[in-house]
Structure formats: C-alpha cells, structure tokens
Design a protein around this ligand. Structure first.
Ligand code: ZN
Length: 193
C-alpha cells in the first residue's frame, strides 16, 4: 500500500502507539490501514459417491482442477459464500452441510473453510471462472493436476474419512517452504485428542 484510501496522501509503515505490529499509517489524516487474513469458503459437492470438481479458467493455476471456492464477501455467512461460489464456478445449487476442513495458509494470509455439500440433482456446468466441471469418483481424481495444496490435502482427508464412514472436522496448516516455489509443509492437527 502506498496511498491512503481515505485522503490520497502517502502512507508509511510504522508501529502505531499501543500496537505491536507495523501498519500502513497515513501521516495526513491519521487513518491506520489494518490488513488481515482473508477467508476462502468452498464446497465439497457430493452426488452419490462422486464429487464435483472445476477446471480453472483463470490464473493462478489455469487448467488445473479444484473444488468450487473463493473469497467470502461482506454481508454473507460462510455457508452462503460457499453456496454462492459453487453456483458461480460450477452452476450448481447445493445444500450446504457440515464444515469439514479448516486450513490456515499463513504464507498467503488466507484461511480456507470447506463444507460438505449435497447436490440435489446432477445439474452443473462451467461458470465464467471454469473451463469444465465434472463429477468424479475417487479413482477419477486427477491427483497430479489439482490446483492448490489445500485442495489436494482436503480431498485426501475426505476420501480417507469416507472409507470409515465418519467425517470429523479436519483442521491444519499449510505453509510454503522458504525459497521453494512449490514445496509445502502440511500440518494436520489431531482433533481426536
Ligand atoms: Zn489519509
């Protein structure tokens, strides 16, 4: 950030009085521009033993597969956001169920929340941000063409849990390893304890 969105003056990075982190502060009007993590909400849409995946039509990771998910908007709940993203990216109406996966992505300041969701009918199609949408059984998942580590990890946990018939909330953190573009450290918390 270089300019104040309130008055247009230049901002400086400084620790405000009573704070302990550097913030962008406007010297002219005094506004402190806080920056906080963004919430990404999405669905794991189920139809029988198949899941609905989307092939991305946008960067990053153009042409790779993902679950319908995107940034939460102001004025909506996380469930509403997950359903909206599924409608936008996969043209599918869903009944949003339980929260299944919550992942911290501290290296990009995001928190992912993925909900299990039921398709009332196998009706779907590519939205503006998707090249293609497809129902896939576990054996059809293109594991080497999944767009994001958080989706890869969530799908693996999902199929492992499905084999046991139970879907406890899975939580964890994924961070990019320093200096390694596509290498990640994945930490899954043991919620059974
Ligand atoms: Zn200002």
């Amino acid at each position: 950030m270089r300019y104040c969105s309130q008055c247009g003056s230049g901002v400086t990075l400084t620790v405000p009085e009573g704070d302990n982190m550097p913030r962008h502060v406007c010297a002219e009007c005094g506004t402190i521009h806080y920056q906080n993590p963004k919430i990404v909400v999405g669905c794991i849409p189920e139809w029988g033993d198949q899941l609905l995946l989307c092939k991305r039509a946008i960067e990053p990771r153009y042409g790779l597969w993902t679950l319908p998910a995107g940034f939460m908007e102001n004025g909506e709940t996380v469930q509403q956001g997950a359903a909206r993203e599924t409608l936008e990216e996969a043209q599918a109406q869903v009944e949003v169920g339980a929260l299944y996966a919550l992942f911290n992505l501290p290296h990009i300041n995001q928190v992912y929340m993925l909900f299990r969701a039921r398709l009332p009918a196998p009706e779907y199609g590519p939205g503006a941000e998707s090249l293609e949408t497809q129902l896939m059984s576990e054996s059809e998942i293109p594991w080497d063409e999944i767009a994001f580590p958080v989706i890869h990890e969530s799908l693996q946990l999902y199929f492992r849990d499905r084999a046991t018939g139970r879907f406890p909330l899975r939580t964890g953190s994924i961070r990019r390893l320093e200096g390694q573009a596509r290498r990640y450290e994945v930490l899954i918390e043991d919620n059974a304890a």
